[in-house]
Design a protein around this ligand. Sequence first.
Ligand code: ADP
Ligand code: MG
Length: 285
Amino acid sequence: MVIKGKWNNKKYKLIKLIGSGNFGKVYKAIDSRKKVIAIKISKDLLSITNEYNAMVKLKNMPFVPKVYDFDDLEWGGEVCHFIVMDYIHGENLKEIDTKRKLNPQIIFKLGEVLINILREIDETGYKYTDIKLENIILDKRGNVYFVDFGCLVEKGKPTKEYTPPYNINSWNINFKYDYEISTLFSVTMIMVSLIGKKEFNPLICSLEQVIVKINDLPLKNREKQFLIDGLKGKFKNFNEYKNSLSSLIKGKKSYNGLSKIDYILAVSIVSFVFVIIIGIKSILS
Ligand SMILES: Nc1ncnc2c1ncn2[C@@H]1O[C@H](COP(=O)(O)OP(=O)(O)O)[C@@H](O)[C@H]1O
Ligand SMILES: [Mg+2]
């Protein structure tokens, strides 16, 4: 199916639906120059305009897909709005989590990358509040991208878009926290979900129950303690958190660790294919 923007008149051929949320849909598509792109189509003008403005504001940051077009279209008899952006060749963390078991060392490294990204956003005076597995994409080279920038707001303003498991406000927390502590909570919860292969719903379990689960995980004691401290607001700022996380990660290197994530992911894919080949051979023999 081909869509055409109302004002800029650009045409795009939709190839495949890749995401579907409350207000919109995301498609893999190709533009008139045959370049593969992603198109987010939404009826919510406020949220998608905020998203477009946010992506333009953060356009020089390497973890933000580049945007190319923002326009309206007639869609099923209604006026919708769409953003055209780089298609990230990879998978979101939820997809990765359902297909593979990631080693905790890789998950801690990923946590460090997320902290670097969120700190960079923080320095612009804005906050990214909808931290969750589906909004973080890992590309084939091991680069991490964020999507879904409709949630970006100035730091002093109230949070508009969030997902309860990763949002400190949704848990019945009895300590004081600020924006930095709540961001550290979200990143910690991302790591806990990936290591435990389970997302926790604050409507049906308490933070104490999550901590019991962390204590049951096959981790070193200091790794468990780090995760528990992250959820309990023991780290007061990005730096304290990052120093503690770096010391958990062997080698203590920070940003270039991405290639290692990629390498280990690639190894896990190769070994998966290898297991299939061995399996097929043993069935045939
Ligand atoms: N630029 C992109 N490149 C590749 N995949 C993307 C891109 N943007 C979004 N996606 C995929 O589509 C899904 C939904 O996109 P998102 O912007 O989070 O929409 P929603 O507001 O519906 O949650 C994401 O989880 C991700 O897997
Ligand atoms: Mg999303």
